[in-house]
Write a protein that binds this ligand. Structure first.
Ligand code: FA5
Length: 356
């Protein structure tokens, strides 16, 4: 029998075996049997010795063809088996396409974040830019440049956390490093690094040694600063009234004289209490805890920038005037959502947070 006949026989036999193979391991056995080093095709090649030299190219070509054919048969059988396995699996595990899907719980932004975003958007519409400053501050920015001289009793209004800056590199060993007690130091940084006109709000985290239903050791403030030629107290009132209206709608506001070392004259703005509606009493007749039955809650401090602050910040106080204001974001959120204990905002109880 010639080598060519051997090859034909091998190919036919391989086809028959591959057609009935039941799984991948059977196919692998057949691959080794026909294409392996000691497989049928290799054996057939050994007969080449008896082939006359003139016929050897023909026979060589026939061997290659036989190998290609067996390889193609194996590949086709492999995909046939894979398809059959998939179909069998789909039939064996029934799929109920009418079952409701599993819901992913959707979170939402914290009420404080939303309040802060709304505040920033309102002031941006009024033409204010946004600036941030460091949380760990130097006494100079937090107090000194804001007209709180050393040992001045006004410093007691802001119970301060001082920092022993062991790990602060260049600040190591200094006695004048603290967690900022308000966002006003960013005013100083703004005036020292930019020239008027300045129209900025400066939101951020602040720290004081406080803890009760309306005070938390960590809280947030938004500072405002407008410095230009001819800025007046009327501009301050107009700006804050426009903000209050955009934030709270038509809730009555009032200004009271107040003292902050860095403004003159200074004021505080109050707003009708959001919990009792300004009456000072709850529906049952008991006194409102939020406004201490006064009907008003203090929402911010404000005033005209003190000439001493301008001097410390190298702004010409003869040429420029300005107003500044600062308020607590937690108070705004409490007012807005009728929350009577500020600490709830930081307990991270999802049952509380989900309500907003
Ligand atoms: C200041 O911090 C001034 N820097 C504000 C200012 C800026 C006045 C510019 C004038 C010009 P005060 O200490 O009143 O002021 O704090 C401002 C607001 O921060 C308060 O009205 C209150 O809403 C909020 N606040 C103060 N301490 C706390 C606290 N421990 N927890 C939560 N909110 C607080």
């Amino acid at each position: 029998m010639s080598v060519i006949d051997d090859l034909r026989r091998i190919r036919e036999e391989a086809q028959g075996a591959i057609d009935v193979a039941q799984d991948e391991s059977a196919l692998e056995t057949l691959r080794v049997r026909y294409l392996g080093k000691k497989g049928s095709l290799a054996l057939a090649l050994r007969g080449m010795g008896q082939v006359p030299p003139s016929e050897r190219p023909l026979v060589g070509q026939a061997v290659n063809e036989a190998r290609d054919q067996v390889e193609a048969l194996l590949a086709a059988a492999k995909s046939r088996l894979a398809r059959a396995a998939l179909e069998a699996e789909l039939e064996s595990t029934p799929l109920d396409v009418t079952l409701p899907g599993r819901r992913t719980a959707l979170g939402h932004r914290h009420p404080l974040t939303r309040t802060l975003e709304d505040i920033v958007a309102i002031f941006q519409r009024l033409g204010f830019g946004v600036l941030e400053g460091p949380l760990i501050e130097l006494d100079f920015y937090n107090f000194e440049a804001l007209n709180f001289p050393k040992d001045h009793p006004a410093r007691d209004m802001q119970d301060t956390f001082f920092v022993e800056p062991e790990s602060l590199g260049a600040l190591r060993g200094r006695q004048d490093v603290l967690l900022r007690t308000h966002t006003s130091p960013v005013q100083v940084r703004a005036m020292l690094s930019r020239r008027p006109p300045l129209r900025l709000i400066m939101p951020g985290t602040t720290f004081r040694c406080d803890s009760d239903p309306t005070h938390s050791p960590m809280f947030h403030q938004v500072e405002g600063l407008y410095v230009d030629q001819g800025v007046s107290f009327a501009d301050l009132k107009g700006t804050l009234d426009a903000y209050a209206k955009a934030m709270f709608g038509d809730r009555p506001t009032r200004f009271r004289p107040s003292y902050f070392p860095f403004v003159e004259p200074g004021a505080e703005m109050d707003m009708a209490c959001g919990v009792c509606g300004g009456s000072g009493q709850l529906p049952g007749g008991e006194p409102c805890r939020t406004c201490k039955a006064s009907g008003w809650v203090e929402v911010m401090g404000a005033g005209m920038v003190h000439p001493n602050v301008f001097r410390a910040c190298q702004v010409d106080a003869e040429k420029f005037t300005g107003f500044a204001f600062g308020f607590g974001v937690e108070r705004i959120a409490m007012n807005r959502y009728g929350i009577d204990d500020l600490r709830l905002l930081f307990e991270n109880d999802v049952r509380f947070l989900e309500q907003f």
